[in-house]
Design a protein around this ligand. Sequence first.
Ligand code: 3PG
Length: 400
Amino acid sequence: MVDFLSIDDLELAGKKVFVRVDINTPVDPSSGRLMDLGRIREASVTIRALSKSAVVVGSHQGRVGRSDYISLKQHREALSKMLGTEVKFVEDVFGEAARNAIDRLNEGEVLMLENLRFAAEENYEYSFEDAAKTHLVSNLAPHLDACVLDAFPTAHRAHPSIVGFAEVLPTCAGLLVARELKALTRIIATSKAPYTAVLGGAKVSDRLEAINALISNGKADNVLLTGLIALVFLRAAKVLKASLDPELERYVPKAAELLSRYRENFHLPEDLAIMKDGERVEVDVRELGDAKPLDIGIKTIDKFSRIIKSSGTVYMSGPPGAFELKGFEKGTHELLMATATSLATTIVSGGHLTTSMETLGVKEWIDHVSTAGGALVMFLAGERLPLIEALKRAAARHKR
Ligand code: 3PG
């Protein structure tokens, strides 16, 4: 088990406590509204447990240049409802307005800072020492007494708010981080081969990184590809002749390199489902043309379900298809069902898949449902996570 402090190990009552949560949430591109409040609900548990402190909440949302790179105002509204008390908000990250708002905050009150990635530094990775010297940390830390790290889904990013405060303030893990680490450590100790990763969704660059980490660390004997990442690999395997849109096409060389190194591990879709006259139609991958696939096809579902059922450990992240469209939820539902009913040790990354697990009523059948995506894969692959290192360093300093 990782050696870190918990919120009971620090004297936090009556103190100004910075709580780094991860309430990064999918945003509906057409309405700009938050689509799933699961991470905000998880964060509210730790914030509620700190009701005797003055709590300063920090989180990122989206990535620069993307449509989900928005203010945290809606998150503040949702958190206020969940806590049953008004969360204060400051449209600033580390400037005078933020510092004044922190100084005015009383015990029992909660203040949310604006999207931390609105500050340039929070979009870069730093060493522990350099993170502590950033404007973000050096401006805010003198106004705070302690830091609680609860952003498990961002554990793989050495951003200032993840690794910087822990160098200069007494720092412990929040309840979510403690719970995830405990569950995952137990699961990893008993997990067995063959290991199968079922990867889908839209974050293609993260998936490429994840695949490399998992296979090279012997944690993915089978990689079942669905969603957009499957199209990138089908193109790299020269099965798809037409170019993908440039946003996806740029990942094809990296996919080709992974395919040539680890061909045996990969399983690509044989068929896909497209929409024709408002109906689901199955097509062989070679006959896709320029139609837009919305799900994996039935043959692929059967083949992938068989592999899942004969696995010792299954890790599933990202929906295999556009599960919100009627008829195209089939791949997501069937692969989740195969995972939930298999005898394997099962881990599912939350978000979109949680919605589907709830629809199917199988969430309780999964061994661990995690709030994290990329960070979880890195943890499963045995990679070092900056947030955990920061917690260990803070615990070692505390004990000295
Ligand atoms: C996630 O959703 O995986 C985390 O919030 C990290 O977000 P990022 O991949 O944009 O750093």
